[in-house]
Design a protein around this ligand. Sequence first.
Ligand code: BGC
Length: 542
Amino acid sequence: MDIPAFRKSNIWWENRFGYEVYPRTFFDSNGDGIGDLSGIKEKLEYLSKLGIGAIWICPFYKSPLIDCGYDVSDYFDIDPEIGTIKDFENLISVAHDLDIAVLMDIVPNHTSDQHELFQKALADMNSPERDLFIFRDPKPDGSAPNNWLSVFGGSAWTLDEKSGQYYLHLFYPEQPDLNWRNPKVHSMFENILRFWLDKGIDGFRIDVTQGLYKHEDLPDTIEIKELPADATEEQKFANMDDQYYYCLPETPLVFENWKRIASEYNAVLIGEMVETTPKRLAQYFNGKGLDLVTYLASSRIFWEPEKIVEVFDHAEHNFFGQITWMMANHDFSRTVSRFGGENIGLQRALTTTAFTACLSGFPFLYYGEELGWEDGLVNTKDARDPRAIRFPDSISEGRDPVRTNMAWSFGELNQGFSASQNVWLKSEDRKEQDCVNAQISEDTSPFYKYNEIIALRKQIGEIANAPLAEKQWIRTQRFIGYQYNDLICGMNVDDDVYKLDIEGKYDLIYSSSLSTEKTDINQENTIVFPPETTCVYKLRTN
Ligand code: BGC
């Protein structure tokens, strides 16, 4: 596969806006009720109209779907429900013709328990495959080797009854952790990278980048504080000191190695990183490993103005400008829902997303955000995410409501998502104004407001990516922005106007406001940021 023209330039992603696709619910091209790769291909024109320059597709490997694809049983093949290698190649080729880069997930912390290697490890305790995973004897009283918890609830250890040993899984028991202390795991992933790079992929989103290596001795960890008796599984996990299983010093070295491979193709490596300390982050950003990280704090915050300013400020100043900005993703509530719902939530979602277009790194939208969507409605009996099914009291809804079917066409069966009577994830239909066809024909719709944000990125991407220290930052408790040359970008999250005194006369070149009321911007030496709005101003030269 030829390298596309854009990949010949350095840091080719800088001025692009990315878009995360959840493949099973995006578009079903063959009428079996499940979204597929050919379906994504058919909708690339739509993404191109939106202005998208790259898509990241959530896992489409062969998988028993315990964790909706993040449990991979074959890294060299595609789940037959989603497509074939040929479909993948066709998708890449059409995307590249439209100047859209294609990124995929790679899942290195764990496999599926159905993976051939884990099956061999279970079958024979003395097999070489056994050491590809983390098996340990129980404590003398028969309990798990240590007190680590799983992200998804319960112990991080499951007993393999046949051998009497436990195996480690930071996620579901069906997702056994790999043993990165075994060199064969390294070579396996290097082969996986090359396999997909040779098929034309433009980069990877790396799952659980902070995981991989675990402390050699697997010591017990400590609880950070005392929790109330009714603490949720999520709270319990978050309350454990993670130093023995997250961000071990060996882990970033894996990505230095991967970078050497990715560089041969000029492909991008984006790591998924939970919020972490500047010291830990510095290990990952030594210029030799990951190109970027997804900053999860921005996709988890609620509308707490001071906190929002803090989150943006922290990220800009600690992640070396290497952020994949996302206000939402497949794991958390949608931005409009988190920010108050309806028009007010939409206004806030636009404001924060527009500000990501002004920052360094690589901003992304999650599918459906461009339509101003709130979380969908999925009946408990139709849930697909085991998080909702296994711990219903603790983690109430699971992640299905943010993964509902794309609504292409109001009035059609499944709103145009699929011709099947039986779709994979059943959910309540969207309202007419939330469907693509309605929004495309209405030039004041969220689709066009997001389209403007993406256009803004193209226009000011170079400035957004200027070195942090060269920008003059302006920060109050509820405002954050910067001046760079003749441009001023700022986000006002206060419910009152923010006025900035500044010499000269500035013209408004972008505003995230949904209101059609005009702000008086022509005052000499003052520029105005309306409540809960991101604006970009340019100095008038004549
Ligand atoms: C992915 C989740 C997944 C988990 C385990 C994550 O961070 O985003 O969807 O459940 O990794 O693979």
